[in-house]
Design a protein around this ligand. Structure first.
Ligand SMILES: Cc1ncc(COP(=O)(O)O)c(C=O)c1O
Length: 439
């Protein structure tokens, strides 16, 4: 069978999985459905759903990790607060690419940024009995909200689509003025839209954080990947934009997964501002007999979650951060490939009448990067994904990311050959024909 696949085939696959609507699936479910559809079609799908790095891992990391294992590190528990050399190198890396000073003691390795988010969410929810609610700027990384949901923590969220620039202030005011918001979460550049918050917006967020004593959890999974300006030279501007220029109430999550293509080793760091790391919270002291936010993160939450982070992966991250800050590992140049793929594939979508939904940062066109968002003449999420699937293209719908706009997120990491580019063109042409045949 070739494309378009018959609707009945998709319906049967959904029914077998007890699903009625393909747009309500999680990424992993969507990937499993695409795999079954591939079998039915006898042809490969274009996998735009899962954001796996499509590049080789940082070699300097692989070498350091192998050497650490050869040195017998596997038998030794790592310190929960992290390998001293990783903490030093991460501090220098943050200075080199974000231009922010964070003491090594305030930087802690975690099992991916996922573990960082999970434990920070839990810790934030226990800081102050009056502040029990997380706030998410959406569209966002769906697991962030799930982290609150699975831990029974209250959360609020809004779609930033209509609240860019100065309008963001009123929207944040609306939530923060209730007095119950403990922390705000977003990724920048953003998964799924690739929106990059402007300095004006980051300043507004920082001012709100100061005004309402709110913590900002800033997810830097894609740091330095807004390729509109060259952020590749360590210790030289332009630097990765951050809320840290406007408030001390911040925590960074910096994952090795995408910037260093090191997703398989599940390694990241959490970097608390020096002030927040040392801040005393009476509610924490009462509950755990430890008062400082940073100490609790390490000796309470991480201790019971995983008792630290893979020893050898810490050596890898440390080596990659050191080499990046030394200017010998040019990680930004390597990931620039995603921008190239986005530019080419966006043009194909546009040629067939699709549109980019989140398309501007201030007056500037969006950057080309790991993801972008696509709509088709107001078609609903569900119809759009359904028909793309019939034509051999899988993706995730925006409704799963907290967006109110109908459309899908395209991830370019797997579009890594000429065949993929050509197949995208052919299948989108088929998609348009399928729409015409329905009229
Ligand atoms: C915004 C964002 N944060 C965090 C992660 C996960 O990072 P990690 O692999 O370090 O858990 C991802 C991965 O897709 C992401 O997009």
């Amino acid at each position: 069978m070739s494309f378009p696949i018959k609707q009945q085939v998709l319906n049967d696959i959904l029914a077998k999985r007890d699903l009625t609507d393909v747009s309500r699936t999680t990424i992993r479910q969507c990937a499993a459905i695409a795999a079954e559809m591939e079998k039915a079609a006898g042809e490969k799908f274009l996998r735009l759903e899962v954001g796996v790095p499509g590049l080789a891992p940082g070699q300097v990391g692989v070498d350091a990790q192998k050497a650490a294992l050869d040195n017998g590190i596997a038998s030794i528990y790592p310190a929960i607060s992290g390998l001293p050399e990783l903490k030093e190198n991460a501090s220098r890396f943050i200075k080199a690419f974000i231009n922010v000073d964070i003491n090594p003691e305030c930087i802690i390795p975690t099992v991916g940024s996922m573990q960082a988010g999970m434990n920070l969410t839990l810790e934030c929810s226990q800081l102050d009995p009056k502040k029990d609610t997380m706030l998410y700027i959406n569209p966002g990384f769906a697991p962030h909200m799930m982290q609150a949901a699975v831990q029974g923590i209250k959360y609020e969220q809004f779609d930033i689509f209509s609240y860019r620039g100065e309008k963001l202030r009123d929207k944040l005011e609306e939530y923060c003025s209730k007095g119950n918001i403990v922390a705000l979460v977003y990724s920048n550049p953003n998964n799924p839209t690739w929106v990059c918050l402007t300095d004006e917006e980051l300043q507004i967020i920082g001012e709100m954080a100061n005004k309402y004593d709110m913590i900002v959890l800033e997810d830097h999974a894609y740091m330095c990947m807004d390729f509109r300006t060259d952020k590749s030279v360590p210790f030289e501007p332009p630097f990765q934009p951050t809320v840290a220029r406007y408030t001390d109430n911040y925590v960074f999550m910096i994952s090795g997964s995408k910037i260093f293509s090191y997703a398989g080793e599940r390694i990241a760091v959490v970097a608390f501002s020096n002030k927040l790391f040392n801040r005393e919270y009476p509610a924490l002291r009462e509950r755990y007999n430890i008062g400082r936010m940073g100490d609790n993160f390490i000796f309470t939450y991480l201790y019971v979650a995983s008792s630290g982070t893979s020893h050898s992966a810490q050596h890898a991250l440390s080596a990659m951060m050191k080499a990046a800050a030394d200017g010998t590992y040019k990680f930004v140049d390597e990931v620039r490939e995603y921008g190239r793929r986005a530019k080419i594939t966006k043009e194909i979508f546009l040629k067939y009448g699709f549109s980019i939904i989140y398309d501007k940062d201030g007056d500037n066109d969006l950057a080309d990067g790991f993801y972008y968002t696509i709509g088709y003449h107001g078609m609903s999420d569900s119809e759009l994904l359904n028909d793309l699937m019939l034509c051999g293209i899988s993706a995730i719908t925006l409704n799963t990311t907290g967006s109110k706009q109908p459309g899908i997120r395209a991830c370019v990491s797997q579009l890594n050959s000429e065949w993929h580019i050509q197949a995208l063109d052919e299948r989108l042409k088929l998609f348009v024909e399928l729409q015409k045949s329905k009229k």
